[in-house]
Design a binder for this molecule. Structure first.
Ligand code: SF4
Length: 199
């Protein structure tokens, strides 16, 4: 199993609750039990999508996710006012900083304010040795992969797997948030998962 010891210790020191799972399925089982009869918002996340939690939680919660509901713009707004929020991050430094990039802003906004509790689902591939590496990963690995998925007309999607800090109208990364600690306005739990998940 991946050695989560250092990152777990540092996340706890920063004020996060932390759980470690061998598989995404086990993490999803936990969340399916922990969240019942509440409103749940979900940010754009391949990890959450792979978990199957949208369907599972929708059976006994009110779940809002712009990847699954139309109009997406309204779903984005509604998801910002839910009790619980599920998301991943683009990178997590072993020292505990979490880095995330966004285009529309709903996901990184929800990391900062508006919920009673936020859950971060983080696969082992998101973990980097340092904070600087986390920023580099978010900008040069996660964002270009997402641009390629979306067939964006951006240099990272068309020319290569790095960020060109483009000025393209289709630029997908328009803001970046670092969480040094959980926001004081909401509880935060990090689920560390020993699988390669998301971008
Ligand atoms: S700024 Fe442009 S080139 Fe860099 S990752 Fe974002 S979309 Fe790609």
């Amino acid at each position: 199993m991946f050695d989560f010891t250092t990152v777990e210790k540092n996340l706890k020191a920063r004020g996060y609750a932390v759980r470690v799972y061998a598989t995404l399925k086990e993490a999803a089982d936990y969340l399916d039990g922990a969240l019942d009869n509440v409103t749940v918002g979900i940010g754009g996340s391949a990890t959450v999508k792979a978990s199957g939690l949208y369907d599972r939680l929708s059976r006994h919660n009110t779940v809002i996710w712009h990847w699954m509901q139309e109009p997406a713009a309204q779903a984005r707004r509604n998801a910002m006012d839910t009790a619980a929020y599920l998301t991943s991050v683009n990178a997590l430094a072993e020292s505990g900083e979490m880095v995330s990039i966004d285009g529309a802003g709903n996901r990184i906004s929800s990391m900062l304010f508006g919920h009673e509790k936020i859950y971060f689902l983080v696969g082992r591939n998101k973990i980097t040795p340092t904070y600087e590496d986390a920023i580099w990963r978010a900008r040069n690995v996660a964002a270009p992969k997402r641009a390629q998925q979306l067939n964006a007309k951006t240099p990272c999607a068309l020319e290569g797997n790095r960020c060109y800090d483009c000025k393209s109208p289709e630029r997908i990364c328009r803001g970046m948030v670092t969480l040094w600690s959980p926001m004081s306005s909401m509880e935060a739990e990090v689920l560390l998962i020993d699988e390669e998940l998301g971008l």
